[in-house]
Design a protein around this ligand. Structure first.
Ligand code: C2E
Ligand code: MG
Ligand code: MG
Ligand code: MG
Length: 275
């Protein structure tokens, strides 16, 4: 067990890991190098309309192809990237790649397809976030209407006015905004009505226990009803079974994403499905 200092703050996060400090530093070093050597790539997971079973969007999911180790999933390196601040450079790269992809697909006729990009809380809270996003849009020529920024409830934890102001700017630029992993954070229902967002993404944990837990069924129903009332679109994450999708259809959920339709795909595999 060892401690890593969280970015510039005085609180320490304790990590229990089988990695030694030496390994940890080596890991951080290769994460830095990965940026330089362009070892990051995006996988894409389809997002499907429940009514039509058609693909309406894809979520860009980060993969690290680390030489000698194969593919490293985000859960294994994003926490460290956040601790070290490297997530800022990584996140910028992800957004740029997603915007470039959006332009390429647009040129091939997909003028409505949405690409969702995960934005880390640290990234969203940077004072230059809007500037960074503006630059990427003008440099890539992407249409913000086709880009969805996925943020989590934790971004609203800081001063609420700052958060709402940023949200409003992004909406004005034309971006779509989704709240990811909804139901696992601390959103105040009081603020939710002030959020100018497009979509709530119901966290996978509620979906995976649908068949086992009547309580989770009640929660999912409630989230869908609430989303409708607030005029948000609602997407269920991690749908793996027909039974889950049937239930979601019955209660009026708009979209889903999950292994039932498709796992996250490489660019080639995804294009095979899209064209
Ligand atoms: P997320 O944004 O909630 O993404 C959904 C995760 O659920 C993905 O895992 C996806 O592969 C997985 N998933 C989708 N459908 C199913 C299903 O039916 N069953 C199961 N068991 N899993 C399913 P992945 O790709 O490993 O990403 C994990 C998390 O890492 C993401 O959760 C997101 O929080 C983070 N992440 C991924 N890419 C980025 C990125 O570019 N930037 C940032 N900041 N975070 C990222
Ligand atoms: Mg996400
Ligand atoms: Mg999620
Ligand atoms: Mg998640």
């Amino acid at each position: 067990m060892y401690k890593v200092k969280a970015n510039g703050k005085n609180n320490y996060k304790v990590y229990t890991s089988s990695m030694s400090m030496e390994h940890m530093m080596e890991f951080e070093h290769s994460l830095r190098k990965a940026l330089e050597w362009d070892e990051f790539l995006l996988y894409y997971q389809p997002q499907v309309s429940i009514a039509t079973n058609k693909i309406v969007g894809v979520e860009a999911l980060l993969r690290w192809r680390r030489p000698g180790y194969g593919f490293i999933p985000p859960a294994d390196f994003i926490p460290l990237a956040e601790e070290t601040g490297l997530i800022l450079a990584i996140g910028e790269k992800v957004l740029r790649k997603a915007c470039e992809q959006s332009v390429a697909w647009r040129q091939k006729g997909l003028t409505d397809l949405r690409i969702a990009v995960n934005i880390s809380t640290l990234q969203f809270q940077q004072t230059n976030f809007i500037e960074m996003v503006t630059n990427i849009i003008s440099e890539t020529g992407a249409n913000p209407n086709q880009i969805e920024l996925e943020i989590t409830e934790s971004v609203a934890m800081g001063p609420i006015e700052n958060f709402l102001a940023k949200l409003s700017l992004l909406k004005h630029m034309g971006f779509q905004i989704a709240i990811d992993d909804f139901g696992t954070g601390y959103s105040s229902l009081h603020y939710l009505s002030q959020f100018q967002i497009n979509r709530l993404k119901i966290d996978r944990s509620f979906i995976s226990s649908l068949e086992k837990s009547e309580k989770d069924e009640a929660i999912v129903k409630l989230i869908v009803m609430m989303a409708k009332g607030l005029n948000f679109n609602v997407l269920a994450e991690g749908v793996e079974t027909e039974a889950q999708s049937t239930f979601l259809k019955q209660i009026g959920c708009d979209e889903f994403q999950g292994y039932l339709f498709s796992r996250p795909l490489s660019l080639d595999e995804c294009e095979h499905l899209l064209f």
